[in-house]
Write a protein that binds this ligand. Structure first.
Ligand code: GRF
Length: 189
């Protein structure tokens, strides 16, 4: 199973996934491509250091053409995991990979999802509402933000004194521990 990872930033989830499956080829998931919408994303260097081919896409090309499909085909991509990828996925891509695009969201959807709810915004909102629990949602991707069917959720307790940064750390730990596991469960050998 050939996996492409889509990122916009730091790529710590992408790193964990790449390292896991490079260390365990018997699990049958090969990361063959990392796609970034930002030419300066640190994830690009991280992937290159691990001998993973990378591709930077521009917004107009992503949204208004289907060129990306040709690239994905060239790499034999079967499955896509968004890992901190901030652009809405266009219909042509969803249709080309039905139930084969996953996203991870750093909250317990349907709460704290939708447009603008990403990164620190999510954890600030969780904090502002005094939540004592947050978590992760791994879901299939459709053409609307954060609305595809949920595959997996995990929760973590929050301390009332947690700052948004501390909430982010707790949630990121859950992401790192679970995203590769869910991918393996869905498509691994
Ligand atoms: C993660 O919290 C992920 O859930 C969200 O963006 C963040 C990306 O972190 N969609 P990283 O780039 O994987 O470090």
């Amino acid at each position: 199973m050939k996996l492409a990872l889509f990122v916009s930033g730091g790529g710590s989830n992408a790193r964990v996934i790449i390292d896991r499956f490079q260390a365990h080829p018997e699990e049958g998931v090969e990361v063959v491509l990392l796609v970034s919408n930002k030419a300066t994303a640190p994830a690009l260097t991280m992937a290159a250091e691990r001998n993973i081919p990378t591709l930077v896409i521009k917004r107009a090309e992503f949204r208004d053409t289907t060129n990306l499909l040709g690239h994905l085909e060239n790499f034999g991509v079967d499955f896509i995991a968004l890992a901190g990828f901030l652009w809405l996925v266009p219909a042509y891509l969803v249709n080309a990979f039905p139930d084969r695009i996953l996203n991870i969201h750093p909250a317990l959807l349907p709460n704290y999802g939708g447009k603008g709810m990403y990164g620190a915004n999510v954890h600030r909102a969780v904090k502002a509402n005094g939540e004592l629990e947050s978590g992760i949602t791994i879901h299939y991707v459709n053409e609307r933000y954060d609305e595809g069917n949920t595959v997996y959720q995990a929760a973590t307790r929050l301390d009332p004194d947690d700052t948004p940064e501390q909430i982010a750390e707790r949630v990121l730990r859950l992401e790192h521990g679970n995203y590769w596991r869910v991918i393996r469960g869905l498509v691994g050998g």
